[in-house]
Design a protein around this ligand. Structure first.
Ligand code: HEM
Ligand code: HEM
Length: 183
């Protein structure tokens, strides 16, 4: 009998942790933008836009990788509803990680604001009309989806800690391999 698959590839681990760090960075950049004024404040938003579009590219790559390499099975001891709940939050994460950059990109496009990607080149704008009014509505959606992101992060981290400290299984170990494996 073949060994059950019990570890994520280096690609899956790297994508998970790089995207997680960039997402937290996005929130910190907006906090820095809110706390400052003038050119400095604007440069935080510009960085937020570049960083967000990088998340879009990485998330598309991650979805491609995930389709080719299905997720590891969840522990047999988990009740069916918990498995469905965990998988649903993962799918919703992908939806949110696409919706946030897309609404941001569409808003910049509607307002006709150029996006200089990390100062390297002008990121193409989408053919979205409607001017400032459309941009404002799209930013309303952006801010609403952000609330969903916060709920997902809270559920996700609570779930990871429950696996580690209450269920005492290896789900956290396989995403953070430096945590010792439980027998
Ligand atoms: C904003 C930050 C984060 C995002 C967007 C995120 C997103 C995701 C997604 C989408 C998956 C599912 C992978 C798949 O099967 O397709 C996942 C798995 C996982 N994440 Fe996160 N994550 C974040 C932060 C964290 C943190 C802080 C922890 C630890 C405390 C964590 C622990 C895990 C674990 C243990 C799994 C594996 C679940 C399994 O093996 O089925 N994540 N994460
Ligand atoms: C996964 C990627 C992204 C995340 C996690 C994210 C997150 C956030 C958060 C937390 C806020 C603050 C919302 C509020 O105050 O209610 C925000 C605002 C904003 N975001 Fe994003 N965002 C992302 C991608 C983008 C992209 C790609 C763009 C544009 C190309 C963008 C443009 C903006 C703008 C213009 C604001 C308003 C800043 C202001 O207060 O003037 N975002 N975003």
């Amino acid at each position: 009998m073949s060994e059950p698959r019990n570890r994520y590839s280096a690609v899956s681990l790297t994508l998970h942790w790089v995207i997680a760090a960039l997402v937290i960075g996005q929130v910190l950049l907006i906090m820095a933008h809110d706390a400052t004024d003038g050119p400095m404040s604007r440069s935080f938003v510009n960085l937020h836009k570049s960083d967000g579009l990088l998340i879009l590219v990485l998330t598309l790559a991650r979805i491609g990788w995930r389709v080719a390499n299905p997720a590891l099975p969840l522990p047999d001891a988990m009740p069916r509803w918990q498995k469905i709940f965990a998988r649903t939050t993962h799918v919703l994460f992908y939806v949110v990680l696409l919706a946030l950059p897309l609404t941001g990109w569409m808003a910049s496009s509607a307002a006709g604001r150029a996006i200089e990607w990390f100062g390297l080149f002008n990121w193409p704008l989408l053919p979205v009309g409607g001017g400032r009014e459309a941009a404002r509505s799209l930013m309303g959606v952006h801010a609403l989806v952000v609330k969903g992101l916060y709920v997902l992060i809270a559920l996700h981290v609570a779930g990871a800690l429950k696996h580690h400290f209450i269920d005492r299984d290896n789900v956290l170990h396989r995403m953070i391999p430096i945590i010792p494996r439980r027998p």
